[in-house]
Design a protein around this ligand. Structure first.
Ligand code: PLP
Length: 284
């Protein structure tokens, strides 16, 4: 099937979808992005993703290139043109194209790109049924990872380190020994007395949309949650661990740095959260 992308007002076959070599997203990572899950061709939690997008753009002082409503139409059109049932839609907005200079250019229009692709639901389900292994890596990112920028080099290196060590993902650990988050997900544990713990959201983690919905599910299920930092030692001794992101939803973690978590199988809390998640997510 041929794929289509949206680039600055046009829907183009993939091979013709291009941006300029002096796009500031390409040269400086001066760009933000969003990834939304697609289920049965519909967008999951679009409202919250658009709110986070507006915030990321505002933090970088990039103007919203179109209304959230119009952007929603574009996202749906790209999903439809690519006939995505289950998958993801990716949106990237850069400050635009200008002669290479660090300072903000005058009168530049943002570059808007939207792509979509299918995900293998059976494969993801099988992975979640088994759980994944993660390794810890030092969190050497900049101080504003709450802004969803395309500056993901530390995340790229972290993920590759995980793969090189035979794991699936990496968990970042800050200079105080606190687990911040995963390479592209938020990190969670369940303590031996059954409390859910995930790091509080400030400038040191991305406030995941899946994290926010999972917090809603936890409260509805009457479980106890603590938004605070936790160290690796606490994670190694946890009853369960998991990570959350739009493309994985709730992914059980069964090994951290080679330490088996709980009985080495996805636990009941992560399994219940994964099962319940889409009853609380907004679909539109
Ligand atoms: N943390 C990081 C560093 C991420 O890159 C992502 C998603 O890409 C997340 C957390 C999870 O965010 P969301 O649940 O909105 O996908």
């Amino acid at each position: 099937m041929s794929r289509y992308a949206y680039v600055n007002g046009r829907y183009l076959p993939f091979r013709d979808a291009k941006v300029h070599i002096e796009d500031r997203g390409y040269q400086f990572a001066d760009a933000v992005y969003e990834v939304c899950e697609v289920r049965q061709g519909r967008l999951v939690d679009e409202r919250r993703h658009m709110a986070r997008l507006s915030r990321s753009l505002a933090e970088l002082r990039i103007a919203m290139p179109m209304s959230a409503r119009t952007l929603g139409i574009v996202l749906r059109e790209v999903v439809a043109k690519n006939r995505i049932g289950y998958g993801l839609v990716y949106l990237q907005i850069s400050r635009g194209v200008a002669r290479r200079d660090l300072a903000f250019p005058q009168q530049v229009s943002p570059t808007v790109v939207v792509t979509a692709r299918s995900l293998n639901q059976t494969r993801n389900g099988a992975l979640a049924a088994k759980g994944i292994a993660v390794v810890s890596v030092p969190d050497n990112r900049w101080g504003r990872v709450d802004i969803k920028t395309v500056g993901l080099l530390p995340n790229v290196l972290a993920r590759q380190t995980a793969i090189d060590r035979g794991a699936r993902d990496a968990w970042f650990v800050d200079k105080d020994g606190i687990v911040t988050e995963a390479a592209s997900a938020n990190a969670w544990i369940v303590t031996p007395d059954g409390k859910l713990v995930t790091r509080h959201a400030d400038h040191a983690i991305l406030p995941g949309i899946t994290r926010a919905v999972t917090l809603d599910v936890i409260k509805t299920l009457g479980l106890t949650v603590e938004e605070r930092g936790f160290q690796l030692e606490e994670a190694y001794a946890a009853r369960e661990a998991f990570e959350t992101s739009a493309t994985q939803i709730v992914m059980p973690v069964v090994r951290i740095d080679g330490h088996v978590i709980g009985d080495g199988k996805p636990g009941p809390v992560a399994t219940a959260l994964r099962r319940e998640f889409h009853r609380y997510a907004e679909v539109g």
